[in-house]
Design a protein around this ligand. Structure first.
Ligand code: FAD
Length: 478
């Protein structure tokens, strides 16, 4: 007698290789029914933003094509998730549902309810690892508490285990009966109604094949110079694997092995270490689930943030008058991604020069990043604002001009994203307010017209930020 089917519920694990939940389902010898359930409201308040929805559409289409190539297909349904899974169980006679764990608080709560509901029905509901190298609860300090500092966390991970070798994709898959109805990815309405996504299409190849190819080319090329190249936004010195990791088109294990086997753990170490920042952020989100909205350092709950909608809009649109900041924000808007060094600069600028609450920045990133990831985004913003784990101290305020000089020495990044300044000599592109009107005019630049005048005086803004910080410190002592 044929075994009753197993449903594999795909979420942010949109790949077929190195997929423990799928592998275990196939190992039972049963028919496997791959399913995606669209239920964004269940992830509120962090349902996918616009750039993530664009990526998701592409990634689901790629997964559907890969499944078809192996003889299967993707069954797409709408939520509520528990209802949709129960309906599928009824229709197919499935006895088990498998999925890969996620760590966002709303998703954990939803998944727990789904697991309870299915188990109450007598269905074997089973969640698997696969997104991380270490489950967040597996790593703890000597006293059993979560880590709040990166380096000891990383060392503990390294002592714990070397990531297992990733498993290959299945060679074939059992077919899915045509009687099982499905929507198409297009039915989910994930693509924008006004097509603003040309820049995203030009920059990315979503899907497992694109992810694997990118990992291999990074490991064979810029990966070896990562320690030097990673801080220069004008260069392709980083892997750009983040959206692929976020959507699980590539597992962390696959990423780790791609780099470790091509470069060796020694040469690969600077990059492999970054992958552990991703582990760390998930560890923190799991143990401190209210950090997407609230500062980990409670003193910052009383920080006197500015209410400045105009400043926020200038920042969002890349019109602050600080070229490196505007370049980053425009790179984000056009491609859905921003270089890490520049993410740190724009986050510092928002929270310190403009003194706007980090939550506004995190929300904008959430909507515009193709790699929007609740754990990484929360860590990044709390780090920059000085209120998170292992954070940059609030009193360290990045100077956009000096940072630009150091990390974009030829101002090539600025010229690419702020073309209205490209005719200026590289040195003058960093701080156009410092050069003479004549020099500006000869490059066709009019401050306040063709390019904005700076929205703040950096030195004054820095002083104001430090004064505000003194209040927080004083509150902490009180
Ligand atoms: P690489 O340099 O090639 O690094 C490899 C991988 O390691 C990345 O793909 C990522 O998964 C991980 N990684 C690298 N740096 C970090 C880091 N600082 N924290 C956590 N993981 C890291 N990353 C996201 O994936 N999603 C986000 O929503 C996100 N928001 C951020 C917000 C702010 C304010 C800041 C400062 C950083 C944020 N980051 C976020 C972290 C980092 O900027 C990106 O992961 C990185 O720029 C992605 O580019 P890459 O894949 O080329 O990285």
């Amino acid at each position: 007698m044929e075994r009753r089917p197993v449903i594999v519920w795909f979420r942010k694990d949109l790949r077929l290789s190195d997929h423990p939940a799928l592998g275990a389902a196939l190992a039972t010898g049963a028919r496997v029914i791959p399913v995606y359930i669209h239920a964004p409201d269940e992830e509120a308040p962090w349902q996918p933003g616009a750039a993530s929805r664009w990526w998701l559409h592409q990634s689901l289409s790629a997964l559907e094509a890969s499944l078809r190539a192996l003889g299967s297909r993707l069954v797409v349904r709408r939520g509520p998730t528990l209802q949709a899974l129960r309906a599928l169980v009824r229709e197919t006679g499935a006895t088990a549902v498998h999925w890969t764990r996620r760590y966002e608080p709303a998703v954990i709560a939803r998944d727990a309810a789904v697991k309870r509901g299915l188990r109450d029905d007598g269905v074997d509901a089973h969640s698997f690892g696969g997104a991380l190298l270490h489950e967040p609860w597996e790593i703890a300090t000597g006293s059993g508490t979560p880590y709040r500092v990166f380096t000891p966390f990383w060392k503990r991970c390294l002592e714990t285990a070397t990531p297992d070798t990733p498993t290959p994709p299945p060679r074939t898959l059992p077919s899915v009966s045509p009687d099982i109805s499905s929507l198409s990815a297009a039915d989910l309405g994930l693509l924008p109604s006004v097509d603003w996504a040309a820049g995203l299409r030009a920059a990315w190849s979503p899907g497992e094949a694109g992810a694997q190819a990118l990992a291999a080319s990074f490991a064979a090329g810029p990966g070896a110079d990562y320690a030097d190249g990673r801080d220069l936004p004008a260069q392709a010195g980083t892997s750009r694997l983040s959206p692929h990791l976020t959507f699980g088109e590539l597992s962390a294990r696959q990423a780790w092995h791609a780099v470790a086997s091509a470069l060796g753990q020694q040469t690969g170490q600077p990059w492999l270490r970054q992958l552990y920042w991703r582990e760390f952020s998930h560890h923190l989100l799991y143990h401190y689930p209210d950090t997407p909205e609230h500062p980990l350092d409670p003193r910052f709950a009383a920080f006197p943030w500015a209410d400045d909608p105009e400043g926020l809009a200038a920042w969002q649109r890349g019109r602050t008058g600080f070229p490196i900041i505007d370049a980053g924000m425009r790179e984000l808007w056009t491609t859905g991604w921003m270089h890490n060094r520049v993410r740190m600069l724009v986050a510092s600028f928002l929270t310190k020069d403009l003194r706007i609450a980090w939550q506004h920045g995190a929300a904008w990133f959430w909507d515009t990043l193709v790699d929007a990831d609740l754990a990484n985004n929360t860590l990044g913003w709390q780090w920059a604002a000085g209120c998170g784990a292992d954070a940059a101290p609030y009193f360290r305020v990045f100077n956009p001009t000096l940072q630009s000089k150091r990390y974009d020495p030829d101002s090539a990044y600025v010229a690419r994203w702020v073309p209205e300044l490209a005719a200026l000599p590289p040195r003058d592109r960093r701080s156009p307010w410092e050069i003479s009107p004549l020099a500006l005019a000869s490059a066709g630049v009019t401050l306040g017209a063709s390019y904005p005048a700076p929205v703040v005086d950096h030195a004054e803004a820095r002083q104001a930020a430090l004064a505000a910080y003194e209040q927080v410190k004083a509150a902490g002592r009180g």
